[in-house]
Ligand binder design. Sequence first.
Ligand SMILES: [Fe+2]
Ligand SMILES: [Fe+2]
Length: 270
Amino acid sequence: MKILFIGDIYGKAGRLALHKYLPLIKEKYEVDFVILNAENTTHGRGLNIKNYAEIKNAGVDFITLGNHAFDNNEVCTLLKNKSDIIRPLNLKDVYDGDGSKVVKIKGMDVRISNVVGRVHVNMKGLTTLNPFDTLEDIVDFSKEKIHIVDIHAEATGEKKSFAKYFDGRVSAVIGTHTHVQTADNQVFKNGLAYISDVGYCGAYDSVLGVNNGAAILFSKDQDFKSNTPEEKGDLEFSAVYIDIDEETGKSNSIKRIYITPNKPEIELIN
Ligand SMILES: [Fe+2]
Ligand SMILES: [Fe+2]
């Protein structure tokens, strides 16, 4: 089973990158299912109903979120009514929607889960539970052979520890949130496909999707009001392509896709 997992879509430029590159990737490679992290899709903050429709129309099958999950209130309508979107599982209080769902891919039940890390992640007032214990409760009772997990977290050590803990029990643990693709994609010895961070989709000449001037004000002067997405210029697109054995639920390979103006070819990177 071939899964394409696309990193955080950041604002209008991210949506443009998705519409530009996803059809080309599907044309070039066999893709059974597309998962995308949409926490920054609407102007960098959450996901509204209009942009949900836009990314679905681009060919996305399933959506995960992160610390920006609830930045736009319209997401609650989506979480309540749509079967193809999840928010972080390990939230202390009760929120709309679910953090783990089962979907059909090639006639098989496949589980997709989303957790957030606890190290240096600004949850904007939300209290998070231990992601290890919370996911383990799901893993213990779930019957699905294939399980893909988005760990939305800042610290590579936390993400890799989490993945090592579930090696042999989960098919893939994909890191999101930092908006910088790491080159550590690998399959662990018990068949778990891992990358510390898949990266993001948005403006290439930006700071993680944010306009350069605004990001400098934010970091240099702690001016938190000016956090504006960069909407112009060249695009960056980041994803991973995972091949999972349908008999065993273990991964055969995880390859990176990283498209920038300096490297415009669509290729799978080992
Ligand atoms: Fe993000
Ligand atoms: Fe995030």
